[in-house]
Design a protein around this ligand. Structure first.
Ligand SMILES: *[C@@H]1O[C@H](CO)[C@@H](O)[C@H](O)[C@H]1NC(C)=O
Length: 159
């Protein structure tokens, strides 16, 4: 019995050390020009049951994924939107839109790259369901906006 309890406690520690779970339920936007895979959100134990992530207020949330863009960019910008009532609101207005803070620059066409957002979810963030829309795009003058953007969506609930 004691060994069983120790094992369970050990597994709990092991699990809490790596809280990020793979989120399979995401979808690309209509207007996008990239491939996205290996999306991990921390914390999101709900993903183990294929349920929507429940992000508690006043916690640090990380969103990590790999992507392969079909465009390159020296000056990429990014925004994470929280869609609610058909409106696209910036998830956190203060988040820096310089994409080079979250991925390595330049963004190279047809090359696998990593993305990592670490954001603090404020303690008064309205508790409800949202569709998060992630976007990044090239800002160079000759960029065609639809060809030079990467966009996908996933659902979350803030609790
Ligand atoms: C969130 O992360 C920041 C920076 O790493 C840290 O100082 C802070 O204590 C964290 N907050 C919580 C609630 O974990």
């Amino acid at each position: 019995m004691a060994i069983f309890v120790l094992t369970v406690v050990g597994l709990m520690f092991a699990a809490s050390a790596v809280n990020a779970e793979q989120v399979k339920d995401f979808r690309m936007c209509r207007s996008t020009n990239c491939v996205v895979y290996d999306l991990f959100i921390d914390p999101c134990p709900e993903a183990l049951d294929n349920k929507v992530c429940e992000l508690p207020q006043a916690t640090n949330v990380s969103i990590a994924f790999k992507y392969k863009p079909k465009f390159g960019s020296n000056l990429p910008k990014t925004r994470l939107y929280a869609q609610i009532f058909m409106l696209d609101l910036p998830f956190i207005l203060q988040m820096d839109t310089n994409a080079c803070l979250y991925t390595s620059c330049p963004v190279v066409k047809d090359t696998e790259q990593n993305w990592l957002y670490n954001v603090f979810l404020p303690k008064n963030y309205p508790r409800t369901g949202y569709t998060f829309m992630f976007k990044f795009w090239d800002t160079e003058p000759n960029a065609h906006s639809d060809d030079a953007q990467c966009c996908f969506k996933f659902d979350v609930r803030i609790v």
